[in-house]
Design a protein around this ligand. Structure first.
Ligand SMILES: *Cc1c(COP(=O)(O)O)cnc(C)c1O
Length: 328
């Protein structure tokens, strides 16, 4: 069966060295005190482009043949994958087309354009954007770069796992975000390869957690997509999922889900106590600890996966909570 091995991830690390940052890991004094075990934060929201997605995108772009590089790459992501792919393509001097629907906010569009990508606005949904991707693959020969279910993307995201276990070799538990599962598959494969006894728990939002529903069903299933503070964790895993479903099933020790209030508390704790600005998805590991949904008995590493939140929304999230707390 197709999978991504620790060896693939080590090769990816050498391939993307110099193209991505090796982000720091710091001890959280407030969480360590609260939990009674050392809690380390992996500050991957400080990665270039604001998320770990640059690791997978850089690895996948570097693996293209010379002929494929001439054709260029295309994706239908409005978020962190699109931004990372635009950046990685620019660095290699290749063409990137990012397709999005008319509903995408102006600030996201501007950022991807600033990176030199060709932005195509089509239709009113992610499905319409995906249709445009397929048209461009068929008619213009562009290479499609999927956001998670692709061996080079998973291996690239896995380089984060190698860094985590090198920085905290005695980690008993690692909390990792879970959506399409490219991140969790890669990180779990990397860490279990070096340290098989380290537990890896996937964390998702309760609203529309496609991988959790699929793991429970024993096969990929569709879930309704709902608005959530952790918008980078939204979306399905694909009914024709090739890699990440099986890898998450085989490698993750558990999956936990969070409410919107719990995620907001994670964002607020990161800001007020850790002095870090996180998007909802980036804060779910902290949120899981605060909510008491995991009870670690040894050193923990919490991955902070991204920080690309609209700052007005961030301010509202932090303030609304502060006002509610004062009233209580
Ligand atoms: C994409 C993303 C995730 C989830 O990664 P998957 O590989 O889809 O599971 C988590 N956090 C952030 C910030 C992301 O951009």
């Amino acid at each position: 069966m197709a999978t991504v091995t620790p060896g693939d991830i080590q090769t990816a690390r050498d391939r993307i060295a110099g193209k991505v940052e090796r982000t720091p890991t710091v001890l959280s004094h407030s969480l360590s005190e609260r939990l009674g075990v050392p809690v380390h934060l992996k500050l991957e929201h400080r990665q270039t482009t604001g998320s770990f997605k640059l690791r997978g995108a850089s690895n996948a772009v570097a693996l293209l043949t010379a002929e494929e590089k001439v054709r260029g790459v295309v994706a239908a992501s409005t978020g962190n994958h699109g931004r990372a792919l635009a950046h990685a393509a620019k660095l290699e001097g290749i063409r990137a087309v990012i397709c999005m629907s008319r509903l995408v906010p102006e600030n996201k569009l501007t950022e991807i354009r600033r990176l030199g990508a060709d932005v195509r606005i089509v239709g009113n949904s992610q499905d319409d954007a995906q249709q445009e991707v397929e048209r461009l693959v068929g008619e213009e020969g562009l290479i499609m770069m999927p956001p998670f279910d692709h061996p080079a993307i998973i291996a690239g995201q896995g380089t984060l796992g190698l860094e985590i276990i090198a920085q905290v070799p005695d980690a008993a538990l690692v909390l990792v975000q879970l959506s399409g599962g490219g991140l969790a598959s890669g990180v779990a494969a990397a860490i279990k390869g070096v340290s098989p006894r380290t537990k890896i728990i996937g964390v998702s939002m309760g609203r529309g957690a496609a991988m959790k529903a699929s793991l429970d069903a024993g096969k990929p299933v569709l879930v309704e997509e709902l608005p959530t503070l952790a918008d980078s964790l939204g979306g399905g895993i694909g009914l024709d999922n090739r890699l990440t479903f099986a890898m998450c099933r085989d490698l993750l020790d558990d999956v936990i889900l969070l409410s919107e209030d719990e995620i907001a508390a994670g964002i607020r704790h990161a800001y007020a106590q850790e002095r870090e600005i996180l998007e909802g998805a980036g804060a779910v590991g902290i949120a899981a600890l605060l909510a008491g949904k995991v009870k670690p008995t040894g050193p923990v590493v919490v991955l902070l996966s991204g920080g690309n939140m609209d700052m007005n929304e961030h301010r509202r999230t932090v303030c609304v909570e502060a006002i509610a707390e004062r009233a209580a």
